[in-house]
Design a protein around this ligand. Structure first.
Ligand SMILES: Nc1nc2c(ncn2[C@@H]2O[C@H](COP(=O)(O)OP(=O)(O)OP(=O)(O)O)[C@@H](O)[C@H]2O)c(=O)[nH]1
Ligand SMILES: [Mg+2]
Length: 421
């Protein structure tokens, strides 16, 4: 998977984009002269790759402009696919900045480069394989991530499904396997070149024991992939606790209830952790997680009738959608914000008892009257005898005009009115 993109002009890092954990900035700066020497002289050609620690550095250079573009990716990534993307980025970059490159001006990388980077990341998106035996919840987990309707009955997956899922500006290539044993001849092929493997168990003892087969498969086919176990169906009373699952499987295990929509963020976090796409590492993931958390908070605020709070969450979600580039969701939240604002306006306004107009509470005159259920002649007698008589209060609101005409308020003479000077 693509972890980082660097554009180096002369001796300066002009641009850096982190998609996942890669080379530390200071480490990269310190090895840059060596990389430059290797790329411009030793390799001779325009393109090349070499392994560095746990990463593959793939580069393309342009000697005329003293330009170098470097992709930092996983060790097992396919160089042929990377080559195509390096070529594309170099072409787009030089085409966009040719005048500045020729004149030797300072280049400010603008947002123009975002669409091409977005496409490169999509084409080199990490492959996540979701494996496990039939009925453990692989398709349910895939749908949870994709925000699709959660299946409540088991409809076995045939062969397998592949989809590129867009999480904010991050792309994930998700492979959902067919877990029935009649499809086992496909498993090896499906799992190949995975960046991450999620082994799903339904947290039953029998399935967990059986699923150890997949651990051997991972070790054989994709030993360098990031893998973990998902102990699904933790809501079932017979489910085995996650610590025991972790111990038996010998892999990091996460508890999950895939049928609960609220676990979407949790699932994204698991994948992010696995691929080392930590929100601190990738600026693209932070707004996404923040957005998902706010969506849950807004539901709680609405349930507890905390409308003002919900409005502030709506506004924030709208801003985050724009930051992520999810324009359709941004439009949806813009509309929700407007609707809520109107609702608040209506709640804060008051209807005039006389003319029926809605006016702001601050512009209405309240007229409170006590009403007695006891006949006025008896009232005095009863009071004298010490009877406590409960009265009712009747509050009515008038707009200023009706209050004035109805003498609830009186207009002061012009000279008595406050003047601004
Ligand atoms: N109680 C409970 N049921 C779940 C959970 N996750 C999934 N299921 C149910 O398990 C059943 C099977 O889920 P699927 O996602 O279709 O299983 P699968 O692993 O894709 O199965 P194959 O495609 O045959 O390999 C469905 O009825 C789901 O509703 C969970 O966390 N708790
Ligand atoms: Mg399935």
């Amino acid at each position: 998977m693509l972890c980082q993109v660097y554009i180096v002009l002369k001796d300066d890092i002009l641009f850096q984009r982190d998609y996942a954990k890669g080379l530390d900035a200071s480490l990269f700066s310190s090895i840059l002269p060596k990389i430059k020497q290797d790329t411009f002289s030793k390799f001779g050609g325009e393109m090349g790759e070499y392994d560095f620690y746990r990463y593959k550095l793939s580069f393309i250079v342009d000697k005329d402009y003293d330009l170098m573009i470097i992709f930092v990716s996983g060790l097992t990534d396919n160089f042929d696919r990377i080559k195509v993307e390096l070529h594309n980025l170099k072409k787009e970059f030089i085409d966009s900045y040719r005048p500045a490159l020729k004149k030797g001006l300072d280049i400010l990388i603008s947002e123009d480069i975002e669409p091409i980077l977005d496409k490169i990341h999509m084409n080199l998106s990490p492959k996540i394989s979701i494996i496990g035996y039939a009925g453990v919840g692989k398709t349910t987990i895939t749908k949870l991530i994709k925000e699709e309707e959660i299946p409540m009955e088991h409809i076995p997956t045939i062969n397998g499904n592949h989809a590129v899922v867009k999480l904010g500006k991050l792309y994930l290539s998700v492979w959902d396997f067919a877990g029935q044993e009649q499809f086992s001849f496909l498993w090896k092929k499906f799992i190949a070149e995975s960046d991450a493997v999620l082994l799903i168990t339904d947290s039953s003892f029998e399935n967990m024991e059986k699923s150890r087969y997949f651990i051997d498969l991972i070790n054989e086919v994709v030993p360098y992939s990031h893998s973990a176990v998902i102990g699904n169906k933790q809501d079932l009373p017979t489910s085995i606790d996650i610590e025991s699952i972790e111990r038996v499987m010998g892999l990091k295990a996460y508890p999950m209830i895939a049928t609960d929509r609220e676990n979407k963020v949790k699932m994204i976090r698991i994948i992010a952790e696995l691929l080392e796409i930590d929100p601190d590492v990738s600026p693209l993931l932070r707004p996404l997680i923040e957005k998902e958390e706010l969506i849950l908070k807004v539901e709680n605020a609405l349930e507890s009738n905390n409308i003002e709070q919900a409005l502030s969450y709506y506004k924030k979600i709208h801003e985050l959608c724009i930051e992520i580039g999810d324009n359709s969701l941004a439009a949806e939240y813009q509309e929700k914000t407007e609707n809520l604002k109107n609702m608040i306006k209506q709640q804060m306004s008051i209807q005039c008892t006389k003319c029926g107009r809605f006016v702001a509470r601050s512009k209405a005159k309240a007229d409170t009257r006590r009403t007695n259920l006891v006949d006025s002649r008896m009232y005095g007698e009863l009071k004298k005898a010490g009877t406590i008589i409960m009265g009712a209060q009747n509050k009515e609101y008038y707009c200023i005009s009706c209050a004035n005409h109805g003498h609830q308020i009186s207009q002061r003479a012009k000279k008595e009115r406050k003047s601004s000077n």
